[in-house]
Ligand binder design. Structure first.
Ligand code: C5P
Length: 232
């Protein structure tokens, strides 16, 4: 599987999203649709972006009882997305159910990626709110291993964790990494960042890039710069 740059299309409406995507007249980027856009526009936005020739990562982070997740994943699979995700905290049984639901009658399915601990959760909040007393690195690797045992394709993680995830779960286990910034760019609210070139060096399989592309003066040039640093 080749490395790729996924653009986080964190827009609030279809109009804004298409205004952005219309700029890409050459290579059609892999795009991430998150909860905000999906809840605003529904499945129609997924179908429309797919029709325009983009690959889609549908980032809805499912977490519910195994049967509900299984049936919901079957619906998402029918939307013909290329990648989707869930919370590993939902347990191995939930992840196995998700995979079953996602698999189409012809045996094909979108890639399924697990969220381990959100990067908004730190050691302190994990201990205080979730009553998990283990070191957060250990928890992240344990959840990644659970995802692998359940048959998933990889995890979302910080690029700083990608090397360790590969050491723990194998080189083929995918790492999808947000928190990417250009060396000369704004960090914004991301705390631990890497450049696309560093993410490549450390072994990320996909980088998820939002504002460095969506808020750039020339988004197509910013995207091409990411591709040149990360993929080529
Ligand atoms: O604009 P920026 O490049 O920070 O966007 C990163 C994208 O990745 C956003 O859609 C954000 O929600 C998502 N994300 C993240 N950190 C995580 C998981 C997802 O930044 N741990």
């Amino acid at each position: 599987m080749g490395r790729d740059v996924i653009i986080a299309c964190d827009f609030a409406s279809a109009e804004k999203t298409f205004e952005f995507l219309d700029k890409f007249t050459g290579r059609k980027p892999f795009v991430k649709i998150g909860m905000e856009l999906f809840y605003a526009e529904g499945p129609a936005i997924v179908k429309e972006i797919k029709k325009r020739g983009h690959k889609i990562f549908l980032d809805l982070k499912l977490h519910d009882i195994p049967n509900t997740v299984k049936k919901s994943m079957a619906v998402l699979s029918g939307l013909d997305v290329d990648m989707t995700n869930l919370h590993a905290a939902g347990t191995k049984r939930m992840m196995e159910g998700a995979l079953e639901g996602l698999t189409r009658p012809d045996g094909t399915r979108p890639l399924l990626i697990a969220v381990t601990q959100l990067t908004s959760t730190d050691q302190e909040t994990m201990e205080a709110d979730l009553l998990i007393k283990e070191p957060i690195d250990k928890v992240v690797m344990h959840y990644a291993q659970n995802a692998k045992d359940a048959g998933l394709d990889g995890v979302v993680c910080s690029p700083l964790e990608a090397g360790k995830v590969h050491d723990t779960c194998g080189a083929d286990f995918l790492t999808v990494t947000p928190g990417v910034r250009f060396a000369d760019g704004d960090i914004g609210d991301q705390k631990r960042v890497m450049t696309p070139a560093e993410a490549k060096k450390i072994g990320s399989d996909y980088i998820v890039v939002g504002r460095p592309i969506t808020a750039a003066e020339d988004p197509v040039a910013a995207y091409e710069r990411c591709v040149a640093e990360f993929c080529d």
